[in-house]
Design a protein around this ligand. Structure first.
Ligand SMILES: Cc1cc2nc3c(=O)[nH]c(=O)nc-3n(C[C@H](O)[C@H](O)[C@H](O)COP(=O)(O)OP(=O)(O)OC[C@H]3O[C@@H](n4cnc5c(N)ncnc54)[C@H](O)[C@@H]3O)c2cc1C
Length: 306
């Protein structure tokens, strides 16, 4: 791996490359062992070149954004983590259109829209992900989702090495999913189409949603947001509460007593404990309601499977 860390210096600055990087510093759960190599591209073209180099060398890699929807093994990640963060976080506003690099935080993107009196991204202002992660997951809240405001997405096709642009329709968005879940694209940039609005109303809506979040969600603890997808016809949090698991904990991993849909790190949790709790919840909920919950959180690392 040191060899690839060295070779990566041909496509990005040495300061952007780290070895044996603790993933707990890059995940909202605040858990996870070391990634062999951790690289933060300096710009979008570099990101594409880095992935092309890794593909050419056959090195395992995973692209992440803000780490707010991943659970990384305590044993870490064998390969290269390409983290889209600063460097790939450019945001430009032209007319009713906002173009944001994959590494731009959704909150900053929503703030840029507000600054230009554009409405449509208020729902996203409290989602702690990057634009790339939000596109992959079709992130959504309070009745809106990324799909509603996406014009197009620029992607790296890792099978051909080319960059392409897909329209919102071609992105195959669904509930917390997109084409990137079934085809190994890397999201490089997204274009959002918004509408002229009243700044005062945009701010009021943003503040109202932030207040809703603060009152309903355990934002004071590390988590990955809703741990499970919403099963059709049910609410995951209600099923978990009905299974008697409110406040249930395994080590430092706990079912939030504020919102049962959140598994939190109440302090000192390991990824193994979080995973064990996720498994326990699935089993108990299945026993009590015959619904098998599907995790929304993405598991990363060789030994971390349900
Ligand atoms: C407190 C809290 C509240 C939350 N509330 C919500 C909510 O209301 N609605 C909601 O939908 N989600 C919510 N989430 C979950 C999370 O913020 C979203 O899923 C977010 O979109 C993930 O973005 P990210 O940049 O953190 O992605 P990451 O966690 O870094 O990655 C998620 C997945 O996307 C892939 N990925 C990331 N970037 C790229 C890229 N550029 N190209 C290809 N693949 C990529 C990763 O490999 C991984 O599979 C919440 C999380 C927390 C901690």
């Amino acid at each position: 791996m040191n060899k690839i860390a060295e070779e990566l210096q041909t496509v990005t600055r040495p300061a952007n490359i780290r070895t044996d990087e603790l993933m707990s510093a890059h995940t909202s759960f605040k858990t996870g062992g070391c990634a062999d190599v951790f690289v933060t591209p300096g710009n979008i073209e570099e990101a594409a070149d880095i992935v092309r180099l890794l593909l050419a060398r056959g090195i395992p890699y995973t692209v992440i954004g803000n780490g707010s929807n991943i659970l990384v093994s305590d044993k870490g990640y064998r390969g290269v983590i390409v983290c889209m963060a600063r460097g790939t976080d450019n945001i430009t506003v032209t007319g009713d259109t906002v173009t944001a690099g994959a590494g731009a935080l959704l909150s900053r993107t929503a703030a840029a829209a507000y600054d230009s009196s554009l409405t449509g991204l208020e729902f996203a202002s409290g989602i702690p992900g990057s634009v790339g992660g939000a596109v992959v997951m079709n992130a959504g809240a309070y009745g809106s989702e990324v799909k509603d405001v996406i014009d197009s997405v620029r992607l790296l096709d890792t099978k051909t090495g080319d960059t392409i642009r897909l329209s919102g329709d071609e992105m195959e968005f669904g509930y917390r999913t997109s084409i990137v879940k079934s085809y190994p694209y890397v999201v490089l940039e997204a274009v959002f189409t918004l509408h002229r609005g009243d700044r005062k109303l945009i701010k009021e809506k943003t503040d109202e949603l932030a207040q809703k979040r603060r009152s309903k969600q355990p934002l004071e603890y590390p988590s990955a947001g809703s741990t499970f997808k919403r099963p059709e016809g049910f609410f995951a949090g209600k099923l978990i509460e009905d299974a008697g698991l409110k406040g249930y904990s395994i080590g430092g991993a706990m079912v939030s007593d504020k919102h049962c849909g959140f598994v939190i790190n109440k302090g000192g949790a390991t990824s193994a404990q979080l995973l064990e709790l996720i498994r326990h919840i699935r089993q108990k909920v299945y026993e009590t309601s015959s619904v098998m919950l599907e995790p929304e959180v993405v598991l990363l690392g060789e030994d971390i499977v349900l």
